[in-house]
Structure formats: C-alpha cells, structure tokens
Design a protein around this ligand. Structure first.
Ligand code: SAM
Length: 208
C-alpha cells in the first residue's frame, strides 16, 4: 500500500508516542510474548489483535510513514472512544532490516497479511515469503515460533507453498478457503475488501 504522501507525515510519525523511533536500542530487550506483523498497512488486524490479547505485546511494521500515520490515527480514535490497549507499538522500517532491531530468536510470532504480490520474476526477492525473507525470519523467530500468512492472491500463495518448504520450513496449516473454516480469524482491511468481492482467502502457517 502506497498512499499519497501526506505533508508532515514523517514528523507526525517520528514524534508520536506509539512509534518506536530507536528500535535498535530495544534489541534483546523486547517484552514477551512478542508478535510482529510485517506490512501492517492501516493496522486494523494488529489493533484488533492487541485488544483481544492484552497479554501479548504487538509490533506493527510498515515501511511508509503515510501508512503508519493512518494506523496511528485509527488507534487514537479507538482510545478517544474508550478502547484502550497499551500493548501495541509501530516501527517504520523495511522488513529487510529486522535483524538490526530483533535479537536471534526474539520474536514469538510473525504475521504476513496480504503482502504485496510482486508478480514479476525479477522482483521475487521482494516477496515477503521468498527464501530471502524466510532466512531473515529464521534468525529472528523463536525456535517454536510460527509465521502466519494470509492472502487472496492465488499465484503468491502457490509460490509460497513452494518457497517456504524449500527454505527448510514445515507447513503446519494450509487452507484455500479460510472463511469456510471453523477457526478464529481477525480480518485485515484488505481481507474485508477482497472477501466482500467473493475472493477466497488463502492461509498457511509455517514453522521449522
Ligand atoms: C497490500 S498491503 C496489506 C496491508 C494489510 N496487511 C492488510 O492486510 O490490509 C501490504 C503492506 O505491506 C507493506 N510492505 C511491503 N513490503 C514491506 C517491507 N519489506 N517492509 C515493511 N513493509 C512492507 C506495504 O507498504 C503495504 O502497506
């Protein structure tokens, strides 16, 4: 998601109490259990998860300030309506740099929701389920930690069904129609949009 640049969004995000601007200083010291969503967009999923699970500490990662600003504004709206949760923070960064801010094995769960598909073969390395990223997750994720991935993009899902096991991971859950399953599910913005058009939602869970 690349929103039009919002004037002053860097300043807004970098000075906001919900943003962690020096995540390197927290490396090895994050609260646990620590669950991280990579590419959280406007943050509907992670906000809802933080409300439902007050004992889990959530970090939402997103590379664009304009997008994080939206997530912050929605969290502030929740707070204004009396919905408090103090277990959620945001980091503006590229997931390529996860190892700068998280020690080996420090993250307990990683969520990838409706990640950009990057359909061209020459952009494979940008897909968040590519071997390049699975190697990074392997280093920062706890030994028994999981990666949970949802998408409506069949090509990206089929690709991930190959790329993830090829990177040494085991698929412990796979569905091609999540909404037909009797399992708990918190929807993301994209999930709501695409499922309302009738698209099936694909999900997998991977561990080593
Ligand atoms: C298609 S949107 C999905 C947003 C949200 N997860 C949802 O399901 O509604 C994907 C988001 O991932 C972010 N993103 C993509 N690659 C990223 C990376 N390497 N590091 C951080 N964020 C990334 C994009 O900026 C975009 O906001």
């Amino acid at each position: 998601m690349r929103l039009r640049h919002i004037k002053g969004c860097e300043e807004f995000v970098n000075n906001h109490r919900l943003t962690i601007t020096d995540p390197e200083s927290m490396k090895g010291k994050w609260k646990h259990p620590l669950h991280v969503e990579i590419g959280m967009g406007k943050g509907r999923f992670i906000r809802e998860m933080a409300k439902l699970n007050p004992d889990v500490y959530y970090i939402g990662i997103e590379r664009y300030e304009s997008v994080i600003q939206k997530a912050i504004e929605r969290k502030e709206k929740d707070e204004a309506e009396g919905i408090e949760s103090n277990n959620l923070n945001f980091i503006c960064m590229d997931a390529e740099k996860l190892e700068d801010d998280f020690a080996p094995g420090e993250i307990d769960k990683i969520y990838l929701n409706f990640s950009d598909p990057w359909p061209k073969a020459r952009h494979e390395h940008r897909r968040l389920t590519s071997p390049k990223f699975m190697k990074i997750y392997d280093r920062v994720l706890a030994k028994d930690g999981t990666v949970e991935f949802k998408t409506d993009n069949e090509a990206l899902f089929d690709y991930s069904l190959e790329s993830i096991p090829a990177s040494g991971w085991e698929l412990v859950y796979v569905t091609r129609d999540l909404h037909a399953e009797d399992v708990p599910n918190v929807m993301t913005e994209y999930e709501e949009k695409f499922s309302s058009k009738g698209n099936p939602i694909y999900k997998l869970v991977a561990r080593r």
